[in-house]
Write a protein that binds this ligand. Structure first.
Ligand SMILES: *Cc1c(COP(=O)(O)O)cnc(C)c1O
Length: 424
């Protein structure tokens, strides 16, 4: 970092939106200086404190020659996530509001051992990918939805609100700066993983809403997980464990949902399964597969083709961007052929469909696993083997995955693919 150019390399952008983002930011009409819904929730009183403002961003560049870009396989082979040259951080204080966002060299954060996040799980995060298109373009997929969801998660754990449009601009800016080097045009069809997060940093023990917070965004490699050999194998949760509950926070992407799920996941992995299929209640409602949403395609007893997935209304599951996109695309493009149904359904219904030969296919859907074919579910003494009509995937799974891939990598121009205006 000693080679880093001096502060003269800093830039101030008055219009990062127009410089980096060719598409209109759809939810950008809100006042950039609003403190979101936060004021009263965090006790900072009024909305006169500075809100999150991407236009104030300062840039301190890393030495671009200091680190070479590894190939994808090498980058994912170790035990540490390899991040790009830069990260964005923005601190918040209840008395002074959101500080100036900083884009700076990737490196450690500094926290005191008494920081709120380390004791009370005041943390939430997002995950989205940046895709290097076959047409050379660099795109994010519906980043407005991630930004809105991060606001929702943030408020759920009493961290400060912000304008989602400003977060979206910051994410685009990080990619505008690091995209050309870390996701080069010579690697079409590849992606980076973006991880925005907010943590409570106030160094005071005591169960209370933090008066200090930090928002940060990193970009990194992430292994491809969408095509495990032979399909993804799921094991239902142990009878004495659930992931989320009605009245809980399963719908928010808060860190507190994930640590406690690892015990069941590790146990399943040791038995050769990839993820837990989380059931809920004495009825055994199917909810999610690991940290992905879960879909089943079956034929009803009346003979209709249905694509079924858990509903959002009881707030048990995460409103995945991938889930939502699958539902919308299938409703539009499989109309008259497959009916998409968001409803509660039980593992017994899946077992019945299997016994009666009505099970067509199944897949998990999320940013990390993308659209991942499911080939088996083990539930207590039952083993459900799910057909994969196209060898390594079901036919609807393959179709939907193809449509989404085309949008992400620019084979189809679509409003969901937001093009990053790169800094060359
Ligand atoms: C992140 C996540 C998903 C998938 O959401 P996407 O927006 O599609 O990435 C699904 N379920 C859980 C529990 C998650 O954490």
């Amino acid at each position: 970092m000693g080679d880093r150019p001096p502060k003269s390399g800093n830039l101030r952008h008055s219009e990062p939106e127009s410089r980096y983002c060719r598409n209109r930011i759809s939810n950008g009409k809100t006042n950039g200086h609003t403190n979101g819904a936060t004021g009263h929730i965090n006790g900072n009183g009024t909305s006169t404190l500075p809100g999150l403002d991407a236009s104030k961003l300062t840039i301190t560049r890393a030495d671009p020659t200091a680190r070479a870009v590894p190939d994808e396989v090498a980058a994912c082979a170790g035990n540490e996530t390899i991040c790009t040259d830069h990260m964005i951080t923005v601190s918040w204080n209840a008395a002074t509001g959101w500080a100036t966002p900083e884009l700076k060299p990737y490196g450690p954060l500094s926290l005191l051992p008494t920081a709120s996040v380390l004791h009370y799980a005041t943390e939430c995060f997002e995950g989205l990918k940046a895709y290097r298109g076959h047409d050379g373009g660099l795109r994010l997929f519906r980043p407005d939805l991630n930004a809105k969801r991060m606001l929702m998660s943030t408020l759920r754990i009493s961290l400060p609100g912000f304008s989602p449009a400003e977060l979206e601009k910051l994410i685009l800016t990080l990619m505008a700066v690091d995209g050309p080097k870390w996701l080069p045009r010579s690697r079409p069809g590849s992606y980076l993983y973006l991880r925005p997060a907010v943590i409570g940093t106030q160094p005071q023990l005591g169960v209370q809403a933090p008066k200090e917070a930090l928002l940060f965004i990193t970009a990194s490699f992430m292994p491809r997980m969408d095509a495990p050999v032979g399909g993804m194998r799921l094991h239902t949760n142990p009878e004495d464990m659930i992931r989320a509950w009605v009245g809980g926070f399963g719908y928010a992407k808060v860190g507190a949902n994930y640590g406690p799920s690892l015990l069941a996941t590790n146990e399943a992995r040791s038995r050769g399964f990839g993820q837990i299929l989380w059931l809920y209640g004495p009825e055994g409602y199917c909810t999610e597969a690991g940290a992905s949403n879960f879909f089943v395609v079956w034929r009803t007893r009346e003979g209709a083709l249905e694509m079924v997935t858990a509903p959002l209304d009881d707030k048990l599951i995460l409103d995945g961007v991938t889930r939502r996109s699958v539902v919308e695309l299938a409703r539009e493009r499989l109309k008259g052929e497959v009916e998409v149904v968001e409803r509660k359904y039980t593992i017994d219904e899946v077992i019945e469909a299997d016994k009666e030969g009505r099970l067509i296919e199944s897949f998990a859907a999320g940013t990390a696993f993308f659209i991942c074919p499911v080939s088996q579910i083990r539930h207590r003494e039952h083993d459900i083997h799910i057909p994969m009509a196209k060898g390594e995937s079901g036919q609807y799974t393959a179709k939907i995955k193809g449509w989404m891939t085309d949008i992400m990598y620019g084979n189809e121009q679509h409003p969901w693919g937001v093009v990053v205006e790169e800094q060359q």
